[in-house]
Design a protein around this ligand. Structure first.
Ligand SMILES: [Zn+2]
Ligand SMILES: [Zn+2]
Length: 265
């Protein structure tokens, strides 16, 4: 009796049961959509002037990657995985590749041939591979999709200062207020917000949030303590329970210095 290579329930006619086949189909649909999204992201990113929009945590606590690098890695991985399996299908299943050359096209072609692919003993690996690159691509795109709080609008209106909250993506040079319609430039807003937070004393955990929100860089707490240990970041005070406090402006300055040193401004 045949069992599904993915979930082990009885699969009479193939190596993959009907449910798992539906999952694979859905993942390939996602892969197609993600391939297009990553394309759009990368084209837009290469046109924008600021190369350091949106840093993304890479999984390790080491050097953060700029968002466009993260997206291009995800895009390459997606393409690589899908084309490997498409090639495998032409060889092991005798299928003829008649899709187009884009990553989205390869995903579409695989989806169109799922009925043949599920007859292959290696379909479990294909399923895992596709699921894993889909996850990575979603993460890369999520990083772009995340909106960041930009403080209250405060534009003058007939009723006083506008109290609406501003939210925007990192890649938007102009932030529009949905309440009063005022427009704020990204750079102007950043300076305004930095000035507010600059002199705050924060614990390592709070500082990590601030760095992520203000600079788009995700660090781990141990990095902050490491900076302090190496005297690169001064401890400016202590909380009542003796946790060190750091000045946000000091950390921002240090990060700017590091970015300059690594060639990114
Ligand atoms: Zn199954
Ligand atoms: Zn407003």
């Amino acid at each position: 009796m045949n069992r599904c290579v993915n979930c082990s329930i009885v699969a009479l006619d193939a190596f993959l049961c009907t449910n798992c086949t539906a999952v694979l189909r859905a993942d390939l649909t996602s892969a197609e959509w993600l391939a297009n999204e990553l394309d759009v992201t990368l084209t837009r990113q290469s046109r924008t002037a600021a190369p350091n929009v949106g840093y993304v945590h890479t999984g390790s606590d080491e050097t953060p990657l700029p968002f466009d690098e993260r997206a291009s890695i995800a895009a390459a991985l997606l393409r690589n995985t899908l084309s490997t399996w498409a090639r495998d299908a032409t060889e092991s299943r005798g299928l003829v590749y008649d899709g187009d050359t884009t990553t989205a096209g390869i995903a579409r072609w695989l989806r169109g041939n799922v009925d043949s692919l599920r007859q292959s003993a290696t379909v479990g690996e294909l399923m895992d591979g596709v699921a894993s690159v889909v996850r990575d691509s979603v993460r890369a795109i999520d990083a772009r999709a995340m909106k960041i709080f930009q403080g209250p609008c405060h534009a003058p209106t007939a009723f006083g200062k506008c109290q609406a909250e501003l939210w925007s993506h990192r890649s938007e040079p102009i932030i529009l207020c949905v309440e009063c319609g005022a427009s704020h430039t990204w750079t102007g807003r950043q300076q305004w917000l930095d000035a507010i937070i600059e002199n705050r004393l924060l614990t390592a955990a709070e500082l990590i949030d601030a760095i992520y929100l203000r600079r788009g860089i995700m660090l781990q707490e141990k990095r902050i303590h490491e900076w302090a240990y190496r005297n690169r970041l001064r401890v400016r005070g202590k909380t009542f329970d003796r946790r060190p406090l750091y000045r946000a402006g000091d950390a921002f300055k240090l990060i700017r210095k590091q970015e300059r040193a690594s060639g990114r401004r």
